[in-house]
Write a protein that binds this ligand. Structure first.
Ligand code: SAH
Ligand code: SF4
Ligand code: F3S
Length: 482
């Protein structure tokens, strides 16, 4: 393949730059698509493959919205796509390997259709090492951009089509908050809503503060208006997104308005359910706990990542809370929010984690009684402080720990479900079950999947379901008609 011309775009990321934090509050700007760009995609189709977290999924919805406004149509078929974008995740090594596998697998499509534009964006693009690998070994990638500049996609595509050039533009640091970006949402029942971008926590194992930049809060009015508009469109549930939702508003200069205030304001909006993710235990203040205690549209499910049950490990992870702090928060949440369901994230095999320290994690899991957890083996991320720590824990031991932990976690899932047997629960029906389209499926306020028999008119609505059976991963039930 002929060497491509980089011309005006050639900006690679730098992790050291990405770690810097300026004190000034960012500007809020409005997205605007020039009329001249509205027809660029006429007759063309796009596909975006998403590899990461909810934030990443929502970025895909934004990019899809932008592409649609440029005249592109969405397709699920790679063969007929004129643009394929991979929206990547850098959180663990296996996430990155998946992406490289996919890029390799797409090579034949590019050979068959040289006009195909293949793009890579998301968190992996923020790593210089990855960009270098893409440039050297994956020459069939035409477009590389990062998490801070997705609003520039129209320009990149215009120039990619005009000049047939390879485009590499990754900003190491965040830019402004861009409002009024178009969105092509995946469903019409539940919606994601960003409340903060970026992360300032710098947990020692984590790459996100480098790939997503400084923490920036959207203005309350922009969030509340978006939720109102979604309610008017018929959405029944929103999930507020942030790496640490509890630190919402800390970057406001002249306003004292935090996550608890936002929850109280959203509780007044006429939408049946408001969720949020992810909570950080260190910033979960009493105002937020009290807000959740009022119920209303604020559901009684909290995903509260603990990462480890041992205070020394937590310290080395830079989580800024102790085992006792965490348990005290759990006590408050249980006391204030009736029937609250708690789930968590846990990392096993952090560098030099001892058997005793791991046992502390097991005992904490038992004590809290989680109804679910995402569990991971620690994966070193280049550029993070933990990646420099010597590690004396063999992989075999880490795997064994993960297995023991998962056994306990799965019991929690099962117990969490069993408590509902015989009860009537409120289910937001999203459609039919994945495996059987004569069965309806939806979630309770506590985020339990319920497969049930009922009327298809339930789809998109809140209905009452009597739980007849509890399985490890879901509940079975029958719709109840009042
Ligand atoms: N901001 C959220 C989620 C971040 S990523 C939070 O702080 O909870 C989701 C989960 O991935 C984390 O909670 C953590 O458990 C896990 N994770 C992050 N970095 C990791 C790494 N290097 N190795 C293994 N797991 C990791
Ligand atoms: Fe990563 Fe910690 Fe930020 Fe979560 S809070 S994104 S784990 S640095
Ligand atoms: Fe992955 Fe980036 Fe999300 S690293 S977990 S896609 S913030």
């Amino acid at each position: 393949m002929a060497e491509k011309d980089y011309s005006k775009y050639f900006k690679k990321p730098n992790l050291k730059e990405a770690a810097k934090r300026g004190k000034e509050r960012v500007k809020v700007i409005n997205f605007d698509l020039p009329e001249t760009m509205e027809k660029i995609g006429k007759g063309k189709k796009f596909l975006i493959d998403t590899f990461g977290c909810q934030m990443n999924v929502h970025d895909t919805e934004v990019m899809s919205g932008i592409l649609q406004n440029m005249g592109f149509n969405h397709t699920k078929n790679e063969e007929e796509a004129d643009i394929i974008i991979l929206n990547t995740c850098a959180i663990r090594e296996n996430a990155e390997n998946k992406v490289f596998g996919k890029i390799g697998a797409l090579k034949h499509l590019k050979r068959e259709n040289p006009d195909l534009i293949l793009g890579v964006c998301g968190c992996m693009s923020q790593e210089e090492k990855i960009v270098n690998t893409l440039l050297e070994k994956y020459q069939h990638v035409d477009l590389i951009f990062g998490t801070h500049n997705i609003h520039r996609l129209p320009e990149y595509l215009r120039d990619a089509y005009l000049n047939k050039e390879r485009i590499v533009e990754v900003w190491s640091q965040e830019g402004d908050i861009v409002e009024h970006m178009p969105k092509r949402r995946e469903g019409s029942v539940k919606a994601w809503v960003n409340i903060t971008y970026g992360c300032d926590e710098f947990c020692t194992y984590c790459i996100v503060p480098f790939t997503r930049g400084k923490e920036r809060s959207r203005l309350p009015k922009d969030i509340i208006n978006e939720v109102r508009e979604l309610a008017e469109l018929g959405y029944k549930e929103v999930t507020l997104l942030g790496q640490n939702v509890n630190s919402y508003g800390k970057d406001f200069k002249d306003e004292k308005y935090g996550f608890g205030d936002l929850l109280n304001d959203l509780n007044k909006v006429d939408i049946p359910r408001v969720r949020f993710t992810t909570s950080h235990p260190k910033d979960f203040d009493d105002k937020s706990v009290a807000a959740l205690g009022k119920g209303g549209n604020l559901v009684e499910h909290i995903h509260l990542p603990v990462q480890s049950g041992n205070t020394d490990v937590l310290k080395r992870m830079n989580r800024k809370y102790t085992r006792e702090d965490y348990l005290e928060l759990v006590r408050k949440l249980k006391e204030t929010i009736p029937n609250v369901s708690l789930t968590t994230d846990i990392i096993v095999g952090f560098p030099n984690e001892t058997d005793e320290q791991f046992e502390d994690t097991l005992s904490l899991v038992k004590e809290v009684g989680y109804e679910g957890a995402f569990t991971f083996i620690y994966s070193p991320r280049e550029g993070t402080p933990a990646a420099k720590m010597k590690d004396n824990v063999p992989m075999e031991v880490k795997k064994e720990r993960l297995q023991r932990l998962n056994k306990l976690v799965n019991e929690g899932y099962r117990k969490g479900h069993e408590q509902y047997k015989g009860q009537v629960v409120e289910v937001l029906c999203e459609g039919t079950s994945k495996n059987d389209d004569s069965i309806l499926a939806g979630y309770t306020r506590t985020n339990k999947l319920v497969n049930f028999t009922g009327d298809t008119a339930a789809i998109g609505n809140l209905v009452k379901v009597k739980v007849t059976e509890a399985r490890t991963w879901h509940l079975l039930g029958e719709q109840v008609y009042e």
